[in-house]
Design a protein around this ligand. Sequence first.
Ligand SMILES: Cc1ncc(COP(=O)(O)O)c(C=O)c1O
Length: 443
Amino acid sequence: MAKDIFKKCREYHDSHDARAQGFYPYFRCIDDSYGNHVMCQGSEKIMIGSNNYLGLAQDPRVIEAACDATRRFGSGCTGSRLLNGTISLHEELEAQLANFLQREAVLLFSTGFFANQGALTALLESDDSILCDRENHASIIEGCQTSVARLIPYRHNSAAALRNRLKRLPEESGKLVIMDGVFSMSGDIADLPTLLPVIKEYDGITYVDEAHSLGVLGPHGRGTVHHFGVNDEVDIVMGTFSKSLGSMGGFIAGSHEMIEFLKHKARCFIFTAALAPAVVGGVLKALEIMRQEPERIDQLWVNTRKMHEGFKAIGFNIGSTQTPIVPILIGSEAKAFIFSQRLFEEGIFATPAIYPAVRYGEAIVRTSFMSTHTENDLDLILEIFAKLARELGTFDDPVYTEPGRRRNVFDFALPEHHGAQEIRADSGVASLEESELYATVSR
Ligand SMILES: Cc1ncc(COP(=O)(O)O)c(C=O)c1O
């Protein structure tokens, strides 16, 4: 008899259990959105769980531009960019982004996830190595897994760990070092000033995912590479429209040659429908507003600093965040669910992030702030957090159910054809921590 592939579905109970206990925090359905506030389950909540950093998703000018694009080109492109799906707005957005980011060329993808997966899979070959920060986003991990290159994770933001990995690789091997510009759960900024000299020393290629830094860091929100003034030293920049630009879609920016190659080789680009006119029209307008209204970014930072200070004053551990992403470190998953549920009851929308999105035993409630949050919103949020701290505590200690084991995020077994064996042999793995590297990476 054939294996029952649905057995695991029947046996999956986690979400039902959490629902039954009244603490299920996901898929909360929003009935109306005003950006900083939403209507959800019959009452208004302050939204601190989105990536709409500049509030542009609800800007009337962006909405109007999306409607205009729909009227002109229709509701969809009904095909791949390669074939019938390219409209003038795609090319205009690519040109605008290239100019804004000071890059030779840009290629749009239908999501940021696809941009990472498409670029990594198309660019890397089996004798190449991808050196991947252990806290990189799941789309990067997915891209690394789909690619045939060897995946070598390195300790989060550590130039010393990166050097340690790079120095063991054969000189002739192609080496791509990839990192989030702003890490999506911790809110840390990639430490490019210390990482870049190491990458250069070993003749590596640098790839920075600017998903959470576009519209947040650098002049006019040009991202982490501009924030540090190292744009010329970074080979590939990736970004999304699903955060500061208030929509969906992603892009890769780099040399003309690379973009021409990806256009013809990236399967995630070729074999999927082009971004809808409404999306591209809206993003073009959002980009224009972002460039013309830098005061939005200034306000985002005013709000961010207030919340960092406010949370710390109450006694919450917010880790090492440097950005509008502010993790409230809770530890136990159950407590993170309860905390999030109590926040919801008090009128705040923020969701927990649990393993594998964060390290095992280090569940957080992920909060993120917007330029459009008002002083009143922020004061009320802090008041409610202070109330819950009195009621539930600040939970600042990690909880490991297996004592002594601090598992890294996102366990996965590297398929053999991805060279897992080779990596082990190359690196002379000895300690538990190191051997775990090859079984685990991050979200
Ligand atoms: C760092 C990072 N990269 C890539 C992505 C994927 O972007 P998209 O939502 O456009 O697929 C995300 C989304 O959360 C992200 O946080």
